[in-house]
Design a protein around this ligand. Sequence first.
Ligand code: GAR
Length: 208
Amino acid sequence: MKNIVVLVSGGGTNLQALIDAEKSGLINNGKITCVVSSNPEAYALKRASDNGISTDIIRRKDFKTFEEYDEKLTALLISKNADLIVLAGFMTILGKKVISAFKNRIINIHPALIPSFCGEGFYGLKVHEKALEKGVKLTGATAHFVNEICDGGPIIIQKAVEIKNGDTPEVLQKRVMEEAEWKILPKAVSLFCEDKIKIIGNKTEILE
Ligand code: GAR
């Protein structure tokens, strides 16, 4: 059974999708054992405690340097015996230390079809604002491994979502979550827990 630690910052609807998937038996061989938040006010923390999952808080601003923060987060995740770390709306960039300590064991959900609308500055609602500004007809979500390049690690699953006339960033965000994020994130986590993701260079192959 793999030990899953989920990192959050806000509402935690992706965390909820993971909790629901675990409860309904959609995540084979994995268990969410801890939720770590960058924000003590995050509603995601309530979702965790309502489901009997232990929580921790680590804030970037409580550390003098980014290196100290990176060091502390790495130590925290090691102390939790994490086999897999899931970034479910985690809004703080990860440092080199944590990324190398958990190489190919960190999965992120991004609300666009990478390599579109990704990289630094593309997070949350901003991603959808940019997609609408550009006038693309399709967007979606991507579950991918995290490496040292922001949103640049091996892609695991993508799902396209249609943009409709009159969409606002908020309306589009909700559609992308419902139709893509809440489906592909639990799926990617389940595949990882069953050792069904083979990484070849910067690509993956799903063994099904
Ligand atoms: C989600 O749309 C997630 O894809 C996005 O933030 C939202 C968090 O919502 N993540 C990023 O933009 C990361 N670059 P949630 O807290 O309800 O899961």
